[in-house]
Design a protein around this ligand. Structure first.
Ligand code: PLP
Length: 396
């Protein structure tokens, strides 16, 4: 083994441009502190704390017994593709057929594959900042030019359409939007989405619409750019099972897009994963067709927790927090503490035993904010509030 070190690791250049998702690093540090005997409240990771609904688990177990343990088609099992096509048609109000659906292991691969398939070096991609860090990471990875559009607190973290219009150039290949939004909980209203559509007008630009939190919305209704006349052909809809059905570890999501692009994304699936696990796809059919009460329950529970947590944050010295309209995150402004986001997040973890993320984990415009997930019990959320309150009283 010693000999192995005499060979320099000569990575491809592109690896230096690849970013990361800090949530996993913070989780690792929190686990290390736990091993050292500290007790941590976990508000860093973006996943529902509920169990996957029993009907879905049973469908998977049954599928395993029935032998759904082999390769399937790269684009997904025909029955699941059809079920998703029907679901997307009903929820977005535009007809979508099964050849316009590609099933992949999680929502993330749709980001990865769309950018790989569409963006050449030098092409510009407009993306939300603060936003899910994988957008910027992937744009940079393929040599594209990442063009941030700042989401501002005073606009409730929605997107300023006039600002977007000024960012669009002849090199713009792709615009990424995300609603409900990670990390801010912002939701794009129908009029804003229509404004985005007007700004794009008849240009040959794709919109990657990340709607992974579409069922976790507390006020108003979800609206997709795919529903805007003329946009179905230019929209890549990203949605999935992770957040809606508490299935983050199952790894299953999908994209809906025009069939010629779907065929290209399928080629990327063939070259990378071969297919999404077959028995999970059988369970995916049950998830979409079966009882939906658990989704409503989970959403109601997140709303309750959001209300309690936001009220509590607003009591803490130096913190102020808007009411997020969707997803399960709160994104308080912490500028009045005088601390930079990263330093404050680290201190809260190391000294107060509360794991959260710095706003800067979501891009440069996240400075001055922290992200707390409310995907934890009310009891733990109260405990976190108590600890942060005590810490700020002592240290600020
Ligand atoms: C905005 C956004 N898009 C996509 C994903 C990826 O979801 P999945 O776990 O299904 O890959 C996440 C997960 O945190 C997310 O927050």
């Amino acid at each position: 083994m010693e000999n192995a070190t005499q060979f320099e690791l000569r990575l491809a250049d592109r690896m230096s441009r690849l970013g990361t998702e800090t949530a996993f690093e913070v989780l690792n540090r929190a686990r290390q502190l736990e091993r050292e005997g500290k007790e941590i409240v976990h508000l860093e990771i973006g996943e529902p704390d509920f169990a996957t609904p029993a009907n879905i688990v049973e469908a998977a177990v049954d599928a395993l017994h029935k032998g759904w343990t082999h390769y399937g088609p790269s684009a997904g099992l025909p029955e699941l593709r059809q079920t998703i096509a029907t679901y997307v048609s009903e929820t977005r109000g535009v007809p979508v057929s099964s050849d316009e659906v590609v099933v992949v292991p999680g929502g993330k691969p749709i980001i990865f594959f769309s950018i790989l398939a569409l963006v050449d070096p030098g092409d510009e991609v407009i993306y939300p900042n603060p936003g899910f860090p994988i957008y910027e990471s992937m744009i940079n990875y393929v040599g594209g030019r990442a063009v941030p559009i700042q989401l501002r607190e005073e606009r409730d973290f929605s997107l300023n359409v006039d600002e977007l219009a000024t960012r669009i150039t002849d090199r713009t290949k792709l615009i990424i939007i995300n609603s409900p939004q990670n990390p801010t909980g912002g939701v794009l209203q129908r009029k804003e989405i229509e404004g985005i559509a007007r700004a794009v007008a008849d240009r040959n630009i794709f919109v990657l619409s990340d709607e992974i939190y579409s069922r976790l919305i507390f006020e108003g209704e979800h609206f997709s750019i795919m529903s805007v006349p003329g946009f179905k052909e230019r929209t890549i809809l990203l949605d999935g099972f992770s957040k809606t059905y508490a299935m983050t570890g199952w790894r299953m999501g999908y994209g809906a897009m025009r069939p010629d692009l779907a065929a290209q994304i399928t080629r990327l699936m063939t070259n990378s994963n071969s297919c999404t696990a077959s028995f999970t796809q059988v369970a995916g059919v049950e998830a979409l067709r079966g009882e939906q009460a658990s989704v409503t329950e989970m959403c109601g529970e997140f709303k309750k927790r959001r209300d309690v947590f936001v009220a509590g944050l607003n009591e803490i010295r130096g913190f102020s927090c808007r009411m997020p309209k969707g997803a399960f995150y709160t994104f308080p402004n912490i500028r009045k503490t005088g601390w930079p986001s990263k330093k404050l997040a680290t201190a809260l973890l190391e000294e107060a035993g509360v794991a959260c993320l710095a706003g800067t984990a979501f891009g440069e415009f996240g400075e001055g904010y922290l992200r707390f997930s409310v995907a934890n019990s009310l009891e733990n959320l109260q405990k976190a509030l108590g600890r942060i309150g005590e810490w700020t009283e002592k240290n600020l």
